[in-house]
Design a protein around this ligand. Structure first.
Ligand code: ADP
Ligand code: MG
Ligand code: ZN
Length: 562
């Protein structure tokens, strides 16, 4: 260990009582002490604060910390002062006079760390006084707020780069975030002039978390059963709206659960009380909107249950990641319903005016939905989403535990994909499913789809089940989605390979399919299916799509627009 690092480790022990740095902290801190602008990406709870707090103690002058989490600033500063580190914060909770006093103290060298809300940088006057400080380190916490691709863009963050450039002596910059998507990382690096070699991305696997997706359940029943069997445990239930929080909270209280609630509609005092009750374990469960949890460091949260689909993976992983900070086994459960997906779509369209941003948010929502439909490891999916490749299956998520046998669904996939080709890529899941199921719906015939050769080729399945297959094919990128007004499906390159018999698809068998044994219509179709399978087996070398006995299909597939 070199001398600088040794000193850093001693400082860690002395002020924070920790024996050693975590993976990543060491790398980031050495880099910063070397004077290199650095980006550190670590999951929530990974220990990002230490990365600027230790250098702040070792460098001369003051460290500025930009953070959007006002509620967190006070806690952090209190904790630092308890540890004997002089620190202060300036945000909108202070009067003008108080803020001014703190700036004067800062100029006189009273603090090692000064936390600032980003909005401060909007004031030219403040900008000017900041320039008078002897700043050694400029730490940008929650740095994804710089990026329009992030899930929490703050225009004030864009001023940071200008401020740093205008400072009389250039401080070291350290950007920190839990959001690791490549586009967000690019934005941060570009905005703050950080070389790629000075970027550290920590492993995103949280090996003590088991992820679960529950589809098609009665959500309220599921929740009550779950809480009933996890009575002694601390957990968070996230719901999408205040109203939903109120309702769920009331239903749990009625069942005798010590539940608290938290959302933006409560007064500051009420919120503080509820949060305090939860942290002190007087309340076992917190029902909350996503307003809850930022900066809450409760280590023994055993489960985080999402009652509704979050709007993107970044938000989901941040919220779910509040489980198991103590390293003990914990569960992250997501209840999926198609209705909730519609609500999120609606919210995107209603709350955003810029069409490019609508597209971005819609894509993110789609990735969130895909998470609910993939069949491979969920932990792996998350890691891949955040740009980490080569992760092994976790062995404990609901997908890893799903022991249903995989069946070959290439034929069904070909039917779906060929039908989409016929319909010339203008439609969404519902219409495509209806055409395949041979629906008598007037809308279908008004488009002339009842005349297509693919009309009704899947009439052995209800349109809903076909819809599930489409969702699965989408999550595996055989089908792509465009369109901002409403989702429009198209066959991807990967999908074309399937059509041409170059790739087979396997899917876990649906629980439903074997159920209706006495249905004569079904058994006739099973027979038909067996025949078709045999035909394919007999003509093993012939691409499977010949089962449509449609010679033009091949031409159509090769002529697909790319
Ligand atoms: P983040 O900002 O990445 O979400 P925090 O900085 O809030 O995480 O740290 C999360 C928790 O980990 C805190 O309780 C912190 O004290 C603890 N922690 C940080 N570094 C270490 C370390 N080296 N050893 C033990 N605990 C640590
Ligand atoms: Mg943090
Ligand atoms: Zn897994």
């Amino acid at each position: 260990m070199n001398a600088v690092l040794k000193q850093a480790t001693e400082t860690l022990k002395q002020y924070f009582g920790y024996e050693q740095f975590r993976q990543g902290q060491e790398w980031i801190i050495s880099n910063v002490l070397d004077g290199k602008p650095t980006l550190g990406v670590m999951p929530t709870g990974g220990g990002k604060s230490i990365c600027y707090q230790i250098p702040a103690l070792l460098l001369p002058g003051i460290t500025i910390v930009i953070s959007p989490l006002i509620s967190l600033m006070k806690d952090q500063v209190d904790a630092l002062e308890t540890a004997g580190i002089p620190a202060a914060y300036i945000n909108s909770s202070l009067t003008y006079r108080e803020a001014e006093k703190r700036m004067e103290a800062a100029a006189n060298g009273a603090y090692k760390l000064l936390y600032l809300a980003p909005e401060r940088l909007d004031s030219p006057e403040f900008f000017h006084t900041l320039k008078k400080l002897n700043i050694s380190l400029f730490a940008v916490d929650e740095a994804h707020c710089i990026s329009q691709w992030g899930h929490d863009f703050r225009p004030s963050y864009l001023r940071i780069a200008r401020l740093i450039n205008e400072l009389p002596s250039r401080p070291v910059t350290l950007a920190l975030t839990a959001t690791a998507t490549p586009s967000v990382r690019d934005d941060i690096r570009q905005s703050l002039s950080i070389f790629q070699e000075n970027e550290y991305v920590a492993g995103f696997q949280r090996s003590n978390l088991s992820f679960q997706v529950v589809r098609g359940a009665d959500k309220l029943q599921y929740l009550q059963h779950y809480i009933g069997t996890h009575k002694s445990e601390s957990g968070i239930i996230y719901a999408a709206t205040r109203k939903e929080v109120d309702q769920l909270h009331a239903s749990l209280i009625k069942k005798g659960v010590r539940a608290g609630k938290y959302h933006g509609g409560l007064s500051d005092g009420e919120r503080a009380d509820q949060q305090d009750g939860f942290i002190k374990d007087n309340l076992s469960v917190m029902v909350a909107t996503n307003a809850f949890g930022m900066g809450i460091d409760k280590s023994n949260v055993r489960f985080v249950l999402h009652y509704q689909l979050p709007k993107n993976m970044e938000g989901y992983y941040q919220e779910a990641g509040r489980a198991g900070r103590d390293g003990l086994e914990s569960e992250c459960i997501l209840l999926y319903s198609p209705y909730d997906l519609q609500v999120q779509r609606f919210l995107i369209e209603k709350s955003i005016s810029d069409t490019q941003r609508i597209r971005q948010e819609t894509e993110k929502l789609q990735s969130m939905k895909d998470y609910c439909f993939v069949e491979n490891c969920l932990q792996q999916y998350i890691q891949q989403y955040f740009g980490e490749s080569g992760a092994a299956p976790c062995g404990k998520c609901s997908n890893c535990h799903d022991t249903r046998e995989k069946v070959n669904i290439t034929r069904e996939a070909q039917m779906i994909l060929s039908c989409m080709v016929r319909m010339e890529r203008k439609f969404g899941k519902t219409v495509i499913s209806q055409v395949l199921a041979g629906s008598a719906n007037k809308k279908i015939s008004s488009f002339g789809f009842h005349k297509l050769s693919t009309y009704g080729i899947m009439k052995d399945k209800p349109a809903k089940q076909i819809g599930h297959l489409i969702d699965y094919l989408t999550s595996e990128q055989f089908i792509g989605i465009t369109g901002t007004q409403y989702p429009v499906l198209y066959v991807t390159e990967k999908g074309k390979d399937v059509l041409q018999g170059r790739q087979e698809i396997y899917k876990k068998a649906e629980k439903l399919s074997a159920a209706k044994k006495n249905d004569t219509k079904n058994s006739a179709l099973f027979e038909e299916l067996r025949k078709l399978r045999k035909e394919i087996a007999d003509t093993a070398k012939v691409p499977p799509f010949v089962i449509f006995s449609d010679s033009t299909l091949l031409d159509m597939c090769t002529a697909l627009p790319s």
